[in-house]
Design a protein around this ligand. Structure first.
Ligand code: GTP
Ligand code: MG
Length: 197
């Protein structure tokens, strides 16, 4: 993908702020602090367009990044951070439900997991939710640079087994630090944008 123009389009805090145009969207979901914003910046060759935080639970809004005026990357707020107050979590759910529920432009979901942790209960819930919404998830296990070779082989099996319940055999190791998996993620994204109506 040749990146001609990458724009931070808007931050959305409530459903009436969603853009109403027809551009296709690719969303990125995952636990708080898993590395969503880092992956987006890596793919877009940006330093901090999708804001990277040292504190988990930083991204509270749904952020729309417009690429080449052709499609959006959607940086979803992270889930599963225990210290987030209940009210905040309920707001997250409300916004996410609205986003998935009324969105016909969403073509695919990059579902990010931590390669060292594997598929958590919340990750599984998110995967189930996207399948119910008929949005195809592409599972990407990030921070793979932090795994030693032997650990990686172990995690590979563990993650494969966890995804089996969803009949999702395909997933990918990724690192925002080393660019591992970058080309494969782009290929998948391009396929989603191209192939569907
Ligand atoms: P929220 O917006 O809070 O939900 O977090 P996020 O999922 O957007 O995570 P973010 O990209 O802000 O990254 C969280 C931390 O993990 C930062 O300190 C990143 O530098 C680090 N990180 C992200 N991806 C990688 C990676 O591939 N390798 C390594 N080593 N560190 C990473
Ligand atoms: Mg973020």
């Amino acid at each position: 993908m040749k990146l001609v123009e990458v724009e931070f389009e808007r931050s959305v805090f409530s459903p009436e702020q969603f853009p109403r145009d027809q551009l296709p969207q690719i969303a990125f979901a995952g636990r708080s602090n898993v590395g969503k914003s880092s992956m987006i910046n890596n793919l877009l060759q940006q330093k901090n367009l999708a804001r990277i935080s040292s504190r988990p639970g930083k991204t509270r809004s749904i952020n729309f990044l417009r690429i080449n005026r052709k499609f959006y990357f959607i940086d979803l707020p992270g889930y599963g951070y225990a210290k987030v107050p209940r009210k905040e979590r309920e707001k997250w759910k409300w916004l996410i439900d609205a986003y998935f529920g009324e969105n016909r432009q969403l073509r695919g979901l990059v579902q990010i997991i931590d390669s060292r942790v594997g598929v958590t209960g919340n990750d599984a819930a998110m995967i189930r939710f996207s399948l119910e919404m008929e949005i195809e998830p592409f599972i990407v296990a990030t921070k793979a640079d932090k795994l030693k070779q032997k650990e990686r082989a172990q995690q590979e099996k563990k993650i494969y087994a966890a995804l089996h319940q969803f009949s999702l055999p395909r997933y990918l190791f990724f690192s925002a630090k080393t660019n591992l998996g970058k080309n494969e993620v782009w290929s998948w994204i391009e396929e989603q944008i191209r192939n569907k109506p």
